[in-house]
Design a protein around this ligand. Structure first.
Ligand code: COA
Ligand code: AMP
Length: 636
């Protein structure tokens, strides 16, 4: 049968789920391995699978050296555009490889070897990508920590990742302020039990960091003396990186990504999902601290031979809401990837897109992820740009999209609110509480049948029990995504939101459980509950409902300010924790469980059913009234 565009997706999808070994072997053969794998998929036990176990490769080689060997050395690999510092810089594949090889030499001189870990705590500057690729070149493991996290969060990650070396910079540059990174790093190391041997600091002209003699090394000085280091072959199953993400507890989870599966999956996704070809300009407007930055600022575009854009700025105020259009036009961006929140911010500042007066003829499609793409934002971007706007759903854990409209196979008709269909390799099921598949259009838990395709997490760093308990025990034979939603009659996936205590603020994943732990530490608070409520630009914002200890009187405004300061200090400003209300009681079941879902429904202004197990039904109207008086009900 001839493969028409209309059935290409269907054929490829069926192939991937019916013959995963053959399918992924064919994808693996598209890469340049030191030893091409023959053992494609191996089940180790009920929970663990390995992809390409006998393959040997180096991810940084695939991202850089391989393209140079293919004659693409002069092509631009990375464009750095920083409206906040007024800087623009281009690196060809040759130049980027040379920088990476030299920085690998710096790390090697500090005895960084395969299996060692390196924490990278940096703003959006090329040196962040160079550091990641250099670690990969050595066969070591990087763990990038988002620059907006506090010293406390960084300390937790240092203790878990146990890095030999930390790479950081003197500062980050936000819209109208400098964030001094070095004092945060010093504070984090002081707080952490694990002490990295050395810190390499990139001094930025905006702020000079104080160095600690004997421990801190100046990036530029070290680079000026460094010997280049070659690529170290590693096993496909060796970890490439650990990336921490929020779970339901206060302790972040270190998602482990292997080298082989990751490279194969990203290469496949660049073609099938994004329709990206070598030489295309790919811009993921995210941050290297998030999974989007790992997969689609650094590794995906480079493995696919594209030019990647690393943007140090915001969608608005750097300097205006035309920033995205300016970057797209200036670099002839072919594929743009951003979070819906960015477009909501642009629409707020420039509702008619009057600042969109650039030539966007190179732009083929706009991809959105990180949170639900609300139909209004989808419509606005589609109308203003007249290009395909593609919602796709994925998670730090999966590392690449699980559901999408596959631009490289068959673009299916769009249904606003849906991230379209399962990506080849992913077998999506909607299950009820008992793990039974529900009917089309019925909501349930989104679960992925095992084995997961290549590129997904292989475990949680130094905590395999948490991997099994958190993802695999709920529905035996499946990965529990933590998201709820449904498949419609046409097999389109609608992701409706998290079923756990994770919230999504401006595309950033945060744990309300962690915020509760911090709020509960305030001396006046007896009990508390933090929920995510609607926010028009950032999608969600945290709201704390707090009960005051008997005999204590506090002013709500003062208490709120104190709690805001505590959360900023412990997590960071990115939590956007700004609201707390004092309540007389919290709605609970008779067994003492706080009815968080009910509280979210009240805040959303949606209809709710009072469960028969509720202990104190009178608490509900009381809370509804309090929320309404603060303008917190149905804030959208
Ligand atoms: N380093 C230090 N601080 C940071 C930071 C970083 N890398 N990133 C954010 N922050 C701080 C901000 O300065 C701000 O601090 P403030 O409360 O003192 O002003 C706070 O964290 C919240 O920042 P942000 O969420 O960026 O809010 P904003 O109001 O400055 O901007 C948006 C709003 C919508 C423009 C912005 O959130 C945005 O661009 N979001 C898209 C994010 C994204 O791409 N996420 C997806 C990953 S796929
Ligand atoms: P993160 O691990 O930070 O990428 O966040 C993953 C979470 O973001 C998912 O579990 C979803 O809750 C949410 N998410 C990401 N992309 C989408 C999308 N396209 N639609 C709905 N929710 C999304």
């Amino acid at each position: 049968m001839a493969t028409t565009s209309a059935n290409r997706y269907q054929l490829e999808y069926q192939h991937s789920v019916q013959s995963p070994v053959e399918f992924w072997q064919q994808q693996a053969e598209k890469l340049s391995w030191y030893k091409t794998p023959r053992n494609i998929l191996q089940q180790l036990d009920g929970a663990h699978y390995q992809w390409f176990a006998d393959g040997v490769l180096n991810t940084a080689y695939l991202a850089l050296d391989h393209h140079i060997e293919q004659g693409r050395g002069d092509q631009t690999a990375l464009i750095y555009d920083s409206p906040v510092t007024n800087t623009k810089q281009r690196f060809s594949y040759n130049e980027l490889r040379d920088e990476v090889a030299r920085f690998a030499g710096v790390l090697k001189a500090l005895d960084v070897n395969p299996g060692d870990s390196v924490v990278i705590y940096m703003p959006m500057i090329p040196q962040a990508a160079i550091a990641m690729l250099a670690v990969a070149r050595l066969g070591a493991i990087h763990s990038v920590v988002f620059g907006g996290f506090s010293a406390h969060e960084l300390a937790m990650r240092i203790d878990d990742a146990q890095p030999k070396v930390v790479v950081s910079a003197s500062c980050g540059v936000e819209i109208s302020k400098l964030i001094a990174y070095k004092p945060l790093l010093d504070d984090a190391i002081a707080k952490a039990e694990h002490k990295p041997e050395r810190c390499i600091i990139f001094q930025r002209p905006q702020l000079h960091a104080q160095m600690q003699a004997g421990r801190d090394i100046d990036w530029q000085q070290a680079m000026s003396k460094a010997q280049s280091n070659g690529c170290v072959p590693v096993k496909a199953t060796d970890p490439l990186y650990v990336l921490y993400t929020s779970g339901t507890t206060g302790k972040p989870k270190g998602v482990v990504r292997d080298n082989g599966g990751h490279a194969v999956a990203l290469n496949y996704s660049m073609q099938a999902v994004y329709d990206a070809r070598p030489g295309d300009v790919f811009w993921a407007a995210s941050d290297v601290g998030w999974v989007v930055g790992h997969s689609y600022i650094v590794y995906g575009p480079l493995i696919a031979g594209c030019t990647t854009v690393l943007y140090e700025g915001k969608p608005v105020f750097t300097p205006d809401a035309g920033a995205f259009w300016r970057v797209c036009a200036e670099y002839k961006v072919n594929i743009l990837f951003a979070a819906p929140t960015a477009f909501r911010a642009i629409r707020k500042e420039d509702p008619e897109a009057a600042l969109q007066r650039y030539d966007l003829s190179a732009l083929r499609s706009i991809f959105m992820a990180g949170e639900r793409l609300d139909p209004a934002t989808y419509q606005w971007v589609s109308d203003k740009l007249g290009k395909p706007v593609i919602d796709h759903w994925w998670q730090t854990e999966t590392g690449w999209p699980v559901a999408a409209n596959l631009a490289g196979l068959t673009l299916l008709p769009t249904k606003p609110g849906s991230s379209t269909v399962p990506v080849p390799g992913f077998n999506i099921h909607i299950l009820n509480d008992s793990g039974i598949a529900v009917r089309p259009n019925e909501q349930g838990y989104i679960a992925l049948q095992l084995p997961l395709p290549p590129g997904c997490l292989t475990t949680i760093w130094r905590n395999d029990e948490r991997f099994i308990a958190g993802y695999l025990d709920t529905f035996p034979g499946y990965y529990a995504s933590g998201d709820g939603g449904y498949l419609d009659d046409d097999g389109y996936l609608f992701v409706m939101g998290r079923t756990d205590d994770v919230i999504n603020v401006a595309g950033h994943r945060l744990s309300t459980g962690e915020m509760e732990q911090i709020v509960a530490n305030h001396p006046a608070i007896a009990e508390c509950c933090v929920i995510g409520i609607n926010e028009p630009i950032k999608g969600q914002q945290p709201l704390a409902l707090v009960l005051i200890k008997n005999g204590i009187t506090v002013d709500e405004t003062i208490l709120e300010a104190e709690l805001v300061a505590m959360v900023r200090q412990e997590i960071g400003a990115l939590a956007c924790f700004k609201k707390a209300i004092i309540v007389k009681r919290l709605p609970k079941t008779r067994s003492g469980k706080i009815l968080r879902k009910l509280l979210r429904q009240i805040a959303d202004g949606s209809e709710y059913v009072v469960p028969s197990t509720i202990d104190d039904p009178a608490s509900l109207p009381e809370i509804e009234q309090l929320m309404a008086s603060r303008g917190l009900v149905n804030a959208l």
